[in-house]
Write a protein that binds this ligand. Structure first.
Ligand code: E4P
Length: 217
């Protein structure tokens, strides 16, 4: 499973990239706002050291404008994935941009039918939002499973990019279900390492080691 980092915070991406944890990056207008940076400038900087797909989202609402914005974003670097919303205009833009050879990430997916439409429109990635479904008392992980089944039934090549990931548990569950990619905030990726027995075990080893009076270096 690939790990994308869901942020436009360059320092946070670079830190995880040094650990080999970054197969790609996703951004959205809210994350650009949070970064306080210009979208073109920050996306270019991310692409200067991340070689995997970097999603940059269009903000137009009509297909012709989305296509123009998509082409401009795609010109930033060859590894840009143009992110379009799951609307009919978004799907039209997806069809055109993917036909021109650009990677397209169709975002704001909340149902299996929407994922089916995105695959038919030639999406490279579909982004189902796990956490936002959980927020309304629906089951975000169930949607990942449904899309996996549908895509496998018909051998769709669109990759399932599980988004709106809120916890380390979401990541492992998505991996078990078979999502192709999980995009998670840096805090969630960091939380994946935590286990109380690791901390307790290390503490015990350190105490016993001190009693030996030995040194390795
Ligand atoms: C990523 O592509 C999505 O925009 C993002 O995961 C949404 O996450 P949120 O629901 O935590 O805002």
């Amino acid at each position: 499973m690939k790990f994308f980092v869901d942020t436009a915070d360059v320092a946070a991406i670079a830190e995880l990239n040094d650990l080999g944890m970054v197969d790609g990056v996703t951004t959205n207008p809210s994350l650009i706002l949070k970064s306080g940076r210009d979208i073109l400038e920050v996306t270019k900087e991310i692409c200067s050291f991340v070689s995997g797909p970097v999603s940059a989202e269009v903000v137009a609402l009509t297909a012709p404008e989305m296509i123009k914005e998509g082409r401009k974003l795609a010109a930033i670097a060859p590894n840009i994935a143009v992110k379009v919303p799951l609307t009919w205009d978004g799907l039209k833009a997806c069809k055109v941009l993917s036909g021109e050879g650009f990677m397209v990430n169709v975002t704001l997916c909340f149902s299996a039918n929407q994922a089916l439409l995105a695959a038919k429109a030639g999406a490279t990635f579909i982004s189902p939002f796990v956490g936002r479904l959980d927020d309304i008392n629906a089951d975000g992980l169930e949607l990942i499973g449904d899309i996996r089944t549908i895509y496998d039934n018909y051998d769709f090549k669109t990759q399932i990019l599980a988004a709106s990931i809120r916890s380390a548990n979401h990541v492992s569950q998505c991996a078990l279900i078979g999502a192709d990619v999980v995009t998670a905030p840096p805090s969630v990726i960091k939380a994946m390492i935590s286990h109380p027995l690791t901390d307790k075990g290390l503490e015990g080893f350190m105490k016993d080691w001190a009693k030996t009076g030995q040194k390795i270096l």
